[in-house]
Design a protein around this ligand. Structure first.
Ligand SMILES: NC(=O)c1ccc[n+]([C@@H]2O[C@H](COP(=O)([O-])OP(=O)(O)OC[C@H]3O[C@@H](n4cnc5c(N)ncnc54)[C@H](O)[C@@H]3O)[C@@H](O)[C@H]2O)c1
Length: 413
């Protein structure tokens, strides 16, 4: 006889860092009396973060950060927990997504963990009475941090926000390895075609693009990188990728993957230059990196040759295939499950320590965007190594002295 399975079981097994926080804080409940809002992609791994905040004593209100990536069984399992409330369901429209984020904010959270800065910006723009009492926040994406910093620059940010994306423990693992592996895996599964041997064009050579390009090459692709930053372009060149403008790449690529955080990276003039049968996927920001409106206006017709693939038929006979409607291919495609659990365990642990630190340890921070303190980044790294049973060296006394003593032997001071 088979037991009924909790939809969080598998993810829980692969999130040992979060489980270590649950074990440590489950009895003392240091977040008791606080209401933490979480906006994120609502699938099983996010459930473990929500569960951990709740185990540590917080009431949790949660909403999606992307309307299309919600898993209904996970939402139902979390919503059934006393003290955890869902503002989400599977298959929400963009309008319902917006309305539910507003409804969540009307329930007056005093901490916000965000993914894309939607909730933090709505709190400021439309719920200033709530924002004024918020203790702090954490933001986990590159694009979201840009928005938080813009709010800080304009002098409107009402509370301190830890910029979780900018920690080594986030961008070296989540962006490079998590996005790298999950984007390619989901493209391969959605299209059921091979990556090896293809001309793969990666737009943007930041953390995500670097991971995708390196892993695509490891799978046997011929990689091409497009960039707007000359240093990143040079880095891609030195790493052995071909670097060219999108105008040139459009004519030679088989598979295009955008990871820039910017809009209209692949647009009308590029679609016009593409060869028959190309595939386009976005692993960067929302659904704006590929100009889908322009693609639609160029096409004489569309069809759906496979679930998750929209085929745009051009009047000149070429077909252009768009995966996952140009939304995040690793999170919103029909087969997508987001990042591997072990990688999200690290990212969500950084979100958890951001909340714990601002609520419990560091209440005097003034409004602003702050890097996560190095001590917290190290703590999560140490816990991760412990779960892997990996030991590392510690500096001995003479090394510590040597590293900090600027009057080295022979110095005349
Ligand atoms: N799919 C996911 O699961 C996932 C995970 C993490 C981050 N992201 C998103 O991916 C995007 C990139 O994140 P990152 O950490 O790599 O950021 P990053 O800032 O490190 O890299 C972005 C790169 O894109 C380049 N760029 C900007 N405009 C460009 C253009 N028009 N053409 C070519 N290159 C351009 C920038 O110069 C930069 O090097 C962000 O929107 C982030 O929110 C997605």
């Amino acid at each position: 006889m088979s037991q009924e399975t909790d939809p969080l079981t598998w993810a829980r097994d692969y999130c040992p860092i979060l489980r270590s926080f649950q074990a440590e804080y489950g009895d003392d409940e240091p977040l008791a009396g606080h209401t933490v809002a979480v906006a994120t992609h609502l699938e099983a791994k996010s459930g473990i973060l929500i569960e951990t905040l709740h185990e540590a004593g917080a009431d949790v209100l949660f909403a999606p950060s992307e309307p299309q990536s919600t898993h209904g069984d996970v939402v139902d399992a979390l919503d059934a927990i006393d003290g955890v409330t869902a503002f989400a369901w599977e298959g929400m429209s963009d309008e319902e997504f917006d309305a539910q984020q507003h409804e969540l904010l009307e329930n007056e959270p005093d901490f916000i963990l965000d993914d894309g800065c939607e909730l933090i910006s709505k709190a400021h723009a439309d719920h200033s009475d709530v924002a004024v009492d918020v203790i702090g926040g954490g933001e986990q994406t590159t694009a979201g941090i840009t928005r938080v910093e813009a709010m800080e620059e304009e002098g409107v940010l009402q509370f301190p926000v830890y910029t979780v994306n900018d920690t080594p423990m986030k961008h070296f693992f989540d962006n490079v390895h998590g996005t790298g592996e999950s984007a390619l895996t989901n493209i391969a599964i959605t299209s059921n075609t091979i990556i090896s041997g293809k001309d793969v064009v990666v737009a943007g050579y930041g953390y995500c693009g670097r991971g995708i390009a390196r892993k695509a090459r490891g799978m046997g692709a011929q990689t091409i990188v497009t960039e707007v930053d000359p240093r990143k372009a040079l880095e891609a060149h030195m790493d052995g990728h071909r670097v060219m403008s999108m105008t040139e790449a459009a004519a030679v690529g088989d598979l295009f993957i955008t990871t820039t955080g910017n809009r209209d990276v692949i647009r009308k003039e590029h679609f016009e230059a593409m060869t028959n049968g190309v595939q386009l996927a976005n692993a960067g920001h929302f659904d704006v990196e590929i100009d889908v409106d322009a693609l639609e206006s160029l096409a004489s017709d569309t069809s759906t040759p496979k679930e998750g693939v929209t085929r745009y038929h051009m009047p000149d006979g070429r077909d252009i295939n768009l995966l996952a409607d140009g939304r995040l291919v690793n999170l919103t495609g029909p087969y997508s499950q987001g990042h591997p659990a072990e990688v999200i365990d690290t990212t969500h642990s950084m979100m958890f320590v951001a909340a714990y630190d601002l609520i419990v340890e560091n209440r005097d921070l003034t409004p602003g965007a702050y890097a996560i303190p190095d001590r917290l980044d190290r703590e999560v790294a140490e816990r991760k190594l412990e779960t892997l049973d990996v030991t590392i060296d510690e500096m001995i006394e003479s090394q510590r002295e040597y590293a900090t003593d600027w009057r080295h032997e022979g110095s005349s001071f």
